[in-house]
Design a protein around this ligand. Sequence first.
Ligand code: ZZB
Length: 254
Amino acid sequence: QEYVGIKIEITEFADPSVAESLDKSKKVYLVAATLRPETMYGQTCCFVSPKIDYGIFDNGNEYYITTERAYKNMSYQKITPQRGVYKPTVTVSGAKLVGSKIHAPLSVYDDLRVLPMETVLATKGTGVVTCVPSDSPDDYITTKDLQLKPEYYGIQKEWVKDAFPIIHTDKYGDMTAETLCKELKIQSPKDALQLAKAKEAAYKEGYYNGVLSYGKYKGEKVEVAKPKVKADMIAAGDAFVYNEPENVVISRSG
Ligand code: ZZB
């Protein structure tokens, strides 16, 4: 699986003690793994799991925050300074990152926050997920839940930004994720089966019939604009390609 790693700068840690042993002259980036770089205009926050431990890795001139598993993979893909070296400078629980101020490249919003998402998988991507509630059903329904129960999640309601429309399809309109969550009667981030269906439909419709309604490639088909946005972000130093090795299934048959 090929992901694009999006570099989301932490501009202020919610818990300053996390940064105590870091070199203050280097920027710190959460690295979010995405399959949809063309949706980055619609980012409204960055999700981490409060249950996952993340490493802060010295990547040369900057720090990357990902799971150790992901950074280890990166260290064999010429993304890091030294092949096979993946010891974190600091380990931090996702819970401690929640509330941190961030800057997400291309987002229509300037000041965003790190927010909690309980359904983030530690075994996929970097364990960091950038939130695009206009086009990702999981992000849409998690955002709704955060807005309903901010005190339960230990966040402030103003940290949760509204979805911003970036892609139009004739089938689902300007807010694909909202339309699908309503159509499939999805109530909670735990409706895994229905969310998987919604995600598949959103990917398909967005990719083949979506047209960007915002940004440099406004008016272009998603299929056409996607590689251009990806290339632009990589050229700007805001993103890089990250490959995830397929999960090896050991067959005992025969
Ligand atoms: C932004 C985005 C915008 C995404 C969108 C999707 C959509 P997949 O298809 O199962 O491989 N993701 C990445 N890592 C994780 C993780 N560890 N746990 C849970 N979710 C994760 O899923 C890849 C997508 O799932 C990624 O692309 C990321 O969210 C999220 F409009 O990034 B995406 C219809 C989906 N739309």
